[in-house]
Every structure is written in C-alpha cells, then in structure tokens.
Design a protein around this ligand. Structure first.
Ligand code: CP
Ligand code: NVA
Length: 302
C-alpha cells in the first residue's frame, strides 16, 4: 500500500492490517506509551470542503506521532487561484512526508499520487471516504469482536459513504444490503466490484426495511452531502421513508449498532431518539478516526 485513495484499491488483508495497527496505537496512546515512529514528519492537509473531525483528528494524530500537520485551505493557498494539482503535488512532495486532501473530484487525490512522490491520503471526495470507513470497521470490531459474517444495512444516499461502506464491508467478509432510492444509487465502479466478489452477499434495494432486516449494524448519512446543499428540497422528497427510526431498528438484530459519520441531521436521516440511544457507538466511531488515521500514517509515512 503506497497511498490511501479509496478502499477499492486495498485487499481485505490490508484493511485488517490497518485496523490491527489502529488498535495497537490506540492502546499505546491510552497507556501513555510513546509510539515507535520517526520524529519530525510533516503532513500537508488540503481542504476544499469544511471539516471538524477530519482536520482535528489528522492534526492531532500527526502531532501524537511526533510530527506536524500543515493546514491548507483552498481559499488561502494557490490552489484557490488555480495552481494545477500536478504542480502542487510536486511542490508539497519536496517539503512534506505525506499529503491529505479533502475535495470534490476523486481525480484530485489520484493526480496528487500520480505526480507527487509522497503518500497521499483521501480525507473525503464525492466518491469515497476511506478514512471514515476504516474508523467505522474498527469500531464495529471493537464492539462485536469480529467483522466477517455480520450484516451491514446502509440506508440513504448512494454517496461517498455508501461507496466506501460497500467496498470496505465486502472486503472484510461482511454482508451488505444498501437501500438507496432510484436516482441515488452508489457508484457503478462500486456496484461492479460488489458483483465481482465471489460469495459476496450484497444487495441493492429501494426498501429501507430490507436493509434493516437482520442487520447487525445500520449505517446512514446525510441526504445532501457537501456541495449538494442546493438540492435539499428535492432530496428530502426522494428520501422520504429513509429515516432510521424505531420502526427500522425494530427489524434489525438484537443489539444492532448504529454508525453515522457525522455531522447528523436529526429528524432527516435519523431520529433524535435513535441517535441518542446509539450515541456511545457513534462517538466511539468519531474517536476512532484518530486511531485509524494514525495507523494509516504509521503504515504509509515511516
Ligand atoms: N465525518 C467527517 O468526515 O467529519 P468532518 O466533515 O467534520 O471532517
Ligand atoms: N456524505 C457526507 C459526509 C460528511 C462527512 C458529505 O460528503 O458531505
């Protein structure tokens, strides 16, 4: 593994190795132990979209590894004035030991990796949110002791989260049913991958109840992702019936977890009641962004 651009690029074993490393780094940090990582590494962090968790967890994570994060927003870097990604890649590679990017088009992290000479980490694009789903898989494994054989029910938009949950879940031997309304399906590359996995138990449906039935983990996410805010009225109509509520949870297995990458829109994709009943798991998930991303940096940047 040279970069983390999307989970589709990784094998199941590589994902499990990241999760094992994340568990180890988490235990070391909780025990106040120093991590075995060379001091003085720097991570450039490019943000073309808003962030709370991704920025704070990466900046804290590289600091805890003995290095330094450098925040670059589109607005105040030359990227915002049109400097090409190919040149940005080559410049940042001369200064930094890694580049994290949050942006719109998946081609941007892919091009940073192509033209730069340091590891590139995708901190969210319209296509994928691999760091989030690594944290989610880490959280599920912590709570349930295993991944293989558990059923994920994803309910909502076929967005970056859906794409990454399907790819990551199937690669770890989980069953995945995704309920997405027509017109809001996951990406074709992800559906093609799902269709290609032998023995995969994957289903795409427009029935949220089918996703919930027998689920061990229910995932949901906002109906209008960053950059799609102007479509909210139309999306609220399309996603009617896709709210994770008591009726949905009643169909799931006993002890079913809920995962939400946050920020959440209570009363849209999830009720306040379900959210608060599962807050422990959801905030464990948020915490694990730190540990999973430290694992990614540990494996890529040493
Ligand atoms: N879940 C997530 O990526 O959060 P931020 O948008 O706050 O980074
Ligand atoms: N799907 C959401 C995830 C936010 C972390 C978005 O892209 O805005």
């Amino acid at each position: 593994m040279n970069h983390l651009l999307k989970l589709l690029d990784l094998t199941g074993d590589e994902i499990i190795h990241i999760l094992d490393t994340g568990d180890r780094l988490k235990a070391e940090q909780k025990a106040g132990k120093k991590h075995d990582f060379p001091a003085g590494k720097t991570l450039a962090m490019i943000f073309a979209k808003n962030s709370t968790r991704t920025r704070v967890s990466f900046e804290t994570g590289i600091f805890q590894l003995g290095g330094q994060g450098i925040f670059l927003s589109n607005a105040d870097s030359q990227l915002g004035r049109g400097e090409p990604i190919q040149d940005t890649a080559r410049v940042l590679s001369r200064y930094c030991d890694g580049i994290m990017i949050r942006t719109f088009d998946q081609s941007e992290p892919e091009d940073l990796a192509k033209y730069g000479s340091v590891p590139v980490i995708n901190g969210l694009t319209d296509f994928a949110h691999p760091c989030q789903v690594l944290a989610d898989l880490m959280t599920i494994r912590e709570h349930r002791g295993r991944l293989a054989g558990l059923k994920i029910g994803y309910i909502g938009d076929g967005n970056n989260m859906a794409n990454s949950v399907i790819a990551g879940g199937l690669k770890c031997g989980m069953d995945v049913t995704a309920a997405c309304p027509s017109g809001y399906h996951p990406d074709k590359a992800v559906l093609d991958f799902a269709a290609s996995v032998t023995n995969a138990r994957f289903e795409l449906t427009d029935d949220p109840k089918a996703a919930a039935r027998g689920a061990d983990v229910i995932f949901t996410d906002v109906w209008a992702s960053m950059g799609m805010e102007s479509e909210i009225a139309q999306r609220q109509k399309a996603f009617r019936g896709y709210c994770v509520d008591d009726g949905i949870m009643a169909l799931a297995n006993h002890g079913c977890m809920v995962q939400h990458c946050l920020p959440a829109h209570r009363g849209e994709e999830i009720t306040e009641k379900v959210f608060e009943e599962h807050a422990q798991e959801i905030f464990d998930e948020a915490e694990n962004r730190l540990h999973a991303q430290k694992a990614v940096m540990y494996l890529l940047m040493r």
